[in-house]
Design a protein around this ligand. Structure first.
Ligand code: 5GP
Ligand code: MN
Length: 338
């Protein structure tokens, strides 16, 4: 974010505004953490703020400070629409294409509010008046920290804000292990702990929140894991029936895709999850090194994301989707064997 944009945003925020903060559909730790961090900060400097997510999110995020104030658009279309229509300012966090906002896309597109994007995905769209986009930064949460820093308000980071920011950095870096984790990330984390983020408790709330049925579903995922050694690739399928048999709840399959990536030598891991309700196969892609899953998903599976982590979808059946996937791999054989 350059000085001109920073000064413009300072000016916009110098008088009390009606502000809405929105996230992408199926919000994750980074989306919820960044939105609530910004929520607490903007309230502390005198604004009226509402966080709206397109839909619900997993239970392991339902402890974040003031999470209970978040409106879920799909559950409360009337109130959410009104808030968006009345907003002077709309922050879009952790996404960069309005199509990622689920059923809210229409009402966002017709809004006359000033839009501010804070996001770390590649190839940002140009819908926002002010865009703070940096795909080198590990998480939108770390960007919210820098955003507050640029507004000269680092001393306004409360334990609640520190907790929210810590959460998203932790989840988007795979607990500080992905390549996007830099020395700056660790400096930010150090400051957040000093400012009151309880690191152990945040880890426990997110990672020790398993139910027995979720662990059993993980067993199914492991049983279904297949390796294509020719391509250093591992993939997992989970059918709707398997989800139903294991009492599936939103968020239960979070992180399963990384199981494949934890196998020695595997560079590309994929999970295909059947969703009969939405008539799609939801796909997650993860890679190590050169192979861009962002490009792969954009080109073949109607999605996108980051270089090493992306999502996508297929409108074919589960077996047909896997068949299509396997048929594409030969053209990536070289890069997958580097
Ligand atoms: P996940 O596999 O967890 O759904 O997504 C991995 C990463 O890719 C996340 O950062 C997510 O926001 C992003 N992502 C998932 N689906 C899409 C998509 O359809 N388009 C884009 N641009 N990004 C996506
Ligand atoms: Mn993120």
């Amino acid at each position: 974010m350059n000085t001109t944009v920073t000064n413009k945003i300072k000016e916009v925020l110098s008088s009390s505004k009606k502000i809405v903060i929105v996230t992408h559909k199926n919000p994750d730790g980074d989306a919820i953490g960044s939105s609530l961090a910004l929520y607490h900060y903007l309230i502390s400097i005198g604004h009226e703020v509402t966080v709206i997510t397109p839909n619900d999110y997993p239970d392991f995020l339902k402890w974040v400070p003031n999470e209970n104030t978040v409106l879920k658009y799909d559950n409360d279309v009337a109130t959410s629409t009104l808030k968006i229509e009345e907003a002077d300012l709309i922050f879009t966090l952790d996404f960069n294409h309005l199509s990622r906002s689920g059923n809210m896309e229409g009402v966002l597109k017709t809004s006359n509010a000033t839009f501010i994007m804070i996001d770390h995905h590649q190839q940002p769209d140009d819908y926002a008046t002010y865009t703070y986009s940096d795909s080198e930064i590990c998480s939108t949460c770390q960007m919210v920290y820098h955003f507050i820093e640029k507004l000269d308000d680092i001393d306004k980071i409360t334990p609640e804000i520190a907790t929210c920011i810590y959460l998203g950095i932790m989840t988007d870096t795979g607990s500080f292990r992905f390549r996007s984790t830099t020395s700056t990330t660790h400096k930010v984390i150090s400051d957040l702990i000093d400012k009151g983020a309880d690191n152990t408790s945040i880890h426990e709330k997110v990672y020790d929140a398993n139910t027995l049925s979720r662990l059993q579903l993980k067993g199914v995922a492991l049983k279904n894991l297949k390796i294509l050694s020719e391509y250093n690739t591992a993939y997992i399928t989970i059918s709707q029936k398997e989800l139903d048999q294991n009492n599936f709840k939103k968020g239960d399959t979070e992180g399963f895709v990384n199981l494949g990536l934890s196998i020695n030598g595997i560079k590309f891991a994929v999970i295909f999850i059947e969703n009969k309700g939405e008539s799609i196969i939801k796909i997650s892609f993860r890679s190590k090194g050169e192979f861009s899953v962002n490009e792969f998903s954009r080109n073949h599976f109607d999605g996108g994301g980051h270089h090493n982590a992306a999502g996508g979808r297929s409108y074919l059946s589960l077996p047909k989707t896997v068949e299509k996937f396997i048929s594409i791999l030969p053209s990536y054989k070289n890069v997958l064997n580097q």
